[in-house]
Design a protein around this ligand. Structure first.
Ligand code: NAD
Length: 295
């Protein structure tokens, strides 16, 4: 069994990105600039945005963090997005989800200039991805593809079972794994909350991608010997042995599943750091685009 070490792969990719930014700047190019919007003070969202801002600094990117109280109206948030769309200094816009209930995430995302949609959530980005056209790929699936590429894991012709059909992880994962690229060319099954006989399906999987949001949901009886398991889940569970009283676990029962696997991602230090790499790669690409394509 080999651990797919997200921290290690991310360090490698970040080194390349850092070099590329230095070269870009030396040639008089633009310093990539990511603007992040955070509404409220959800601790998980705070941590995710904090990591992204910190990584920008590490790579020589500029970043701006715009924080708003949960009382901000949908209209006012929309205005902020529009301002960032029009600001030629800003290359990438990230709106940290979830948003408060009175704000439609679809409306906000649909109003991001697709040229700055570095999270890859805009319908234009998602549509282009489906058609196999160059675009910003959603950061987490993009990060997973980068990880497979780094470890030279060939999924062509393999049966990949994705559990979870969200627009940001599960569904785009099915597209990326099945399209005619390398990595890609897999045979994909998408499972979700209404899937019957999940265990029978996952037992036939060469690759399982778990993106459910339920701690230790994928158990050893669901995994065949030699499978590759990618655990996207990030769940906080109580742990009285820790000073903080809690710890992070994935959607996979790691201790019992790992011995069966050929490769497995841990949580933390698996998919999480790769998601940030996906976002940073998109931001660098955005900085190279001519501005005002969609304005
Ligand atoms: P989501 O809540 O939008 O979707 C969960 C999916 O799980 C749904 O499609 C649902 O159909 C499916 N599901 C629920 N119960 C099920 C069941 N019993 N059997 C089969 N399928 C079931 O979740 P999401 O946004 O895709 O996130 C999933 C997990 O991944 C969460 O823990 C989230 O925190 C984590 N996440 C991690 C990263 C990262 O960078 N590592 C990025 C995004 C999300």
């Amino acid at each position: 069994m080999q651990i797919l070490d997200g921290t290690l792969v991310a360090a490698h990719i970040k080194e390349q990105l850092k070099k590329e930014v230095e070269e870009l700047k030396a040639k008089g190019g633009k310093t990539p600039h990511l603007a992040a919007i955070l509404v409220g003070n959800n601790p998980a969202s705070e941590a995710y945005v904090g990591h992204k801002v910190k990584t920008c600094a590490e790579l020589g990117f500029e970043s701006t963090l715009l924080r708003f109280d949960t009382s901000i109206t949908e209209k006012a948030l929309l205005e902020q997005v529009k301002k960032l769309n029009e600001d030629d200094g800003v290359d990438g816009i990230l709106v940290q989800l979830p948003l408060p209930d009175h704000i439609s995430p679809d409306l906000i995302i649909n109003n991001i200039n697709p040229d700055k949609d570095v999270d890859g959530f805009h319908p234009i980005s998602q549509g282009k991805m489906m058609l196999g056209q160059p675009t910003f790929l959603p950061a987490t699936p993009y990060g997973i593809m980068l990880m497979l590429e780094h470890y030279n894991i060939d999924v062509a012709g393999k049966h990949c079972v994705i559990i979870g059909r969200s627009n940001i992880v599960g569904t785009p994962m099915t597209i990326l794994l099945s399209r005619n690229t390398n990595p890609g060319n897999a045979t994909v099954t998408l499972c979700h909350s209404r899937t019957k006989n999940l265990e029978e399906i996952t037992k036939t999987a060469d690759v399982i991608v778990a993106a459910i949001g339920k701690p230790k949901f994928v158990t050893a009886n669901m995994v065949r010997e030699g499978a590759i398991v990618i655990d996207v889940g990030i769940n906080r569970i109580d742990d009285p042995t820790r000073k903080s009283g809690s710890r992070l676990v994935g959607d996979v029962d790691f201790d019992n599943v790992a011995p069966l696997c050929s490769y497995i991602t841990p949580v933390p230090k698996g998919v999480g750091p790769m998601t940030i790499c996906g976002l940073m790669k998109n931001t660098l690409e955005a900085a190279k685009l001519p501005k005002h394509m969609y304005n």
